[in-house]
Ligand binder design. Structure first.
Ligand code: GTP
Length: 598
């Protein structure tokens, strides 16, 4: 097929605005798949993905379309993950495209996360085709949404496509507009090769499968390729495209979007955003926009059963093969024993990894509360990074503690401006800006410490705005803060895994709250357990878990065996996520208790 008849595009949409439904329609209309096949194959390789209704891994599908002008076109539909944790992957998948469909729910209007992705698309010079979806809904307000698209994004929405992915309305128009509005890829097949890696995943048999888009030149099976960032070289064993089933090819050339394998043993060797070139005829410069991803959030992962430590290490090794942004290193906790300190792109990333370890590898985990990376300037002038609260140096050795801030954008209906600003203030936010998008909606911008976002910011936002707020953030840099380490003592012993960093102004209140919370969470033991919160040597809060009164079994009168067994089983169930720390049994929830504060 000719390069001028290639169209590479993705779909930008907020969760639930209908991206998957629309993608399914497009596949159906171009006869790529039957509906049943679609369910099984398209856009979600992992169960977890389907269950959570989010797209974690990008995908690229090749489609054939015969347009009204009588010509045959090749489309590549490139999928993008929708969550803020994966912004960089979104930006790389958009870099593989020349255009994007912007899908906006006709009843909901634009959301903060959509906006962020539209800006990424504009940064990548993509042609944007607005699609107003769900026009079948009685609450659809097409004029308002058009106005919003113009006001907020600044693109002409006069010729926005009115669609109902559910009823199949507007799909033909979308396909025609992809042909007429989105430019063909521009590269030169004769130039030295540049192919963008926009995703990769690990396959136990073939090694890394890199998803690539060829921007200049071409690649053939057997070619020696070089990764321009990592400078590693490999021999290409397989090339192909997804239709959406993988179909092998001998060569990929400018405009092609597909996959490459080359016996690459580690996804770290084929990083998202890197440029592939040929070893014997390399390009001078890589494609722009490569960025190494650094974790933003850390937590400790410990096996409930110490015997699972090696299995946990293996699980992390396996997951790392598939996920170059996952980081981990061994950690020893006095309280929890041997485990790993792991770094993640964000909270969702963290949850996904934890869940996969538990489900796919069957390891029960104790997770400690997530922490951000603090920059600590010591009195001797050294600057160190602290990602584990329990390792915070003593106050007397610290000159200044700096913490990461994010610029948070919250989009809400007017009525909720008050509550949103209140939450942002309470979370130590600094007001930056407020824009009225139309008579109904406002964009509120605050600089907020990342650690406050890690706590329950999003949950509070949702509950205070009846779910109407949408939210996006990006790291904006480090700022000095008056932070202290809080230790928690149980039965007189400091439990390192419960230590956390808190702003001095909130320390007293949080300490009290946590002591109370632990008192509720930790079951009564055979003896009385004092719970204390301390800063340095100073105890700032204290409470006591009373001793257990009776053994559970003593409740069983007579010899009712089945009842007795039930009770024992129930007890065992309850014990599942308990960890013996010193003489005290602590449940998993206790380690996360810092997270759920008001
Ligand atoms: P994620 O996969 O979570 O990112 O969501 P998505 O944006 O892919 O949305 P999805 O296609 O899953 O659609 C979300 C919901 O909206 C589903 O319940 C769809 O059935 C529904 N939906 C999609 N398109 C339409 C439409 O045109 N009209 C109506 N009424 N509902 C629609």
């Amino acid at each position: 097929n000719k390069q001028k008849n290639v169209r590479n595009f993705s779909i930008i949409a907020h969760i639930d605005h209908g991206k998957s439904t629309l993608a399914d329609r497009i596949l159906e209309d171009t006869k790529a798949l039957t509906q049943r096949e679609m369910k099984e194959q398209f856009l979600d390789a992992m169960d977890l993905e389907r269950e959570r209704g989010i797209t974690i891994k990008l995908n690229a599908v090749q489609l054939r379309y015969q347009a009204n002008d009588g010509e045959d076109y090749t489309f590549h539909l490139i999928d993008t993950p929708g969550h803020v944790d994966f912004t960089y992957e979104v930006s790389r998948s958009l870099a593989a495209c020349e255009g994007a469909l912007l899908v906006v729910d006709a009843a909901q209007g634009i959301e903060a996360q959509t906006l962020a992705n539209v800006y990424l698309a504009l940064d990548n010079d993509l042609e944007i085709i607005p699609v107003i979806n769900k026009i079948d809904l009685p609450s659809a307000d097409v004029d308002r949404v058009k106005q919003e698209i113009e006001d907020v994004i600044g693109i002409d929405a006069d010729d926005a496509i009115l669609a109902s992915a559910k009823d199949g309305v507007g799909i033909d128009e979308i396909l025609e507009r992809i042909v007429s509005d989105i430019p063909a890829p521009e590269g030169d097949p004769e130039e030295p090769t540049k192919a963008l890696i926009f995703d990769s995943l690990y396959d136990p048999y073939r090694g890394v499968i890199a998803y690539i888009c060829v921007k200049e030149g071409s690649i053939k099976v057997g070619d020696q390729i070089k990764m321009m960032q990592t400078e590693k070289t490999f021999e290409v064993t397989e090339l192909g495209v997804f239709k959406p089933n993988p179909v092998a090819k001998d060569e990929l050339t400018v405009g092609d979007v597909g996959f490459l394998t080359a016996s690459i043993k580690n996804v770290g060797d084929s990083r998202v955003g890197d440029t592939i070139t040929l070893a014997n005829n390399p390009a001078d410069e890589p494609l722009s926009g490569y960025k190494r991803l650094n974790p933003m959030v850390y937590c400790g992962l410990f096996p409930v059963d110490a015997d699972d430590y090696n299995d946990l290490r293996e699980a992390l090794e396996r997951l790392e093969l598939n996920d170059s942004s996952l980081q981990y290193e061994p950690e020893t906790s006095q309280a929890l024993g041997f485990g790993f300190r792991c770094g993640f792109l964000g909270l969702l990333h963290m949850e996904i990894i934890q869940e996969r370890i538990e489900r796919e590898f069957n390891i029960e985990l104790i997770t400690t509360a997530p922490s951000v990376i603090y920059e600590v300037e010591l009195t001797d002038g050294d600057v160190i990074n602290i990602e584990n609260p329990s390792l915070m140096p003593e106050a007397k050795n610290i000159k200044e503690v700096r913490e990461p801030f994010v610029r948070a954008t919250v989009m809400v209906p007017n009525d909720f401006v008050g509550p949103v600003m209140e939450i942002c203030q309470k979370k130590r936010g600094n007001y930056v800006d407020m824009q009225y998008l139309d008579e109904n909606r406002v964009n509120i911008v605050y600089d907020i410490p990342l650690s406050e976002i890690v706590y329950d910011f999003f949950d509070q936002l949702k509950s205070q705005t009846k779910g109407y707020a949408s939210f996006d953030y990006e790291l904006s840099g480090y700022q000095p803060s008056n932070l202290v380490k809080m230790d928690i003592l149980l039965n007189g012993e400091t439990i390192d895994a419960l230590s956390f960093i808190v702003h001095r102004d909130f320390a007293f209140h949080r300490g009290k709250q946590i002591a109370e919370k632990l008192k509720k969470l930790i079951p009564r033991q055979q003896f009385e357990v004092p719970v204390q919160a301390a800063i340095g040597n100073k105890i700032i809060a204290r409470t006591t878990i009373k001793a257990m009164r009776k053994n559970v079994l003593s409740k069983c009168y007579g010899g009712d065996v089945s009842r007795k067994r039930k009770l024992l089983e129930k007890q065992k169930e309850g014990k599942k996520r308990m960890k013996m720390v010193g003489k005290v049994e602590i449940p998993q929830e206790a380690f996360m208790s810092v997270l759920e504060m008001d």
